[in-house]
Design a protein around this ligand. Sequence first.
Ligand code: NDP
Length: 288
Amino acid sequence: MGYLQGKKNAMMTIKDRYAVLGQPIKHSKSPRIHQLFAAQTGQLLSYHAREVPVEQFTTVVTAFFTEGGKGLNCTVPLKELAWNYADENTGRAKLSKAVNTLTLREDGVIIGDNTDGCGLVADLTVNHGIKLAGSRILILGAGGASRGIIAPLIEQAPYSLVIANRTIEKAVNLAAEFCDKGSVTGCGFAALAHQQYDLILNATSASLSDQLPPLPEGLIAENGICYDLAYGNQPTPFVRWGLGHGAAKSLDGLGMLVEQAAEAFFIWRGVRPDTQAVIELLNTERDP
Ligand code: NDP
């Protein structure tokens, strides 16, 4: 093989590099999802998962992009750090002050975006046919994931949105940031007693350690729906809680994961993958 042909072949097999960073990260299905998207759309890329503690975030991200990496997803507990790291943030990332997608633009500028909210709304409304307009929504948790989903949920015109968190001050402060956009209030879990909600979203990371936020009885309205942003091969503690407390549906965040990944894939590659096919496949791979 001639030198030029060899060089051309080598260049053709160089894959654009992407990764997801977080801690813990072992459970992540993102590499599988992006590989399925790549195969489905004929894109040549690699995508791996890497465990990164908070204190190593800046070093790891800088090295990744310096060495030619094209894009990163950031998950628990790195989203607020990613928002600070980006050279420029999109409108939805600015609103949420949390970034799950970093992209190296051609001119070397790193753009931060947040695809969690649109991923959640797509899963709720398109995949599950849930109507959000006029509904009473409760979000449990006030971390990076909550920040990302509040504005896209408000855009769906719910009747009210309550944020409840273990550290009450964080819920109250987060609600205050969005209260000019709709009826948004913040409180602790104990203050939820005697209230009912049409949709309860668990955006705490409690499921990751097999725990459940302390929730009062009678929280789920008639035909109410529970949705855990976390996901697993087995039903999460919150999904089980919903099923045991009369929810009409109790869902986990696998569909959201696929939808937010599809939006990131679109940002990076300019192609929209078929999410239904991937969700169906991942559902068949869950433990029986
Ligand atoms: P953060 O670390 O930013 O925030 C964690 C939140 O969970 C805080 O509000 C914290 O409360 C609360 N919390 C943690 N443990 C407990 C507990 N035992 N009881 C009650 N509250 C608790 O995490 P993120 O917001 O980034 O992620 C939250 C969850 O959402 C994770 O499970 C993540 O996997 C999931 N997620 C799923 C996505 C998907 O696509 N399906 C996308 C994004 C997130 P406090 O403030 O008091 O510490």
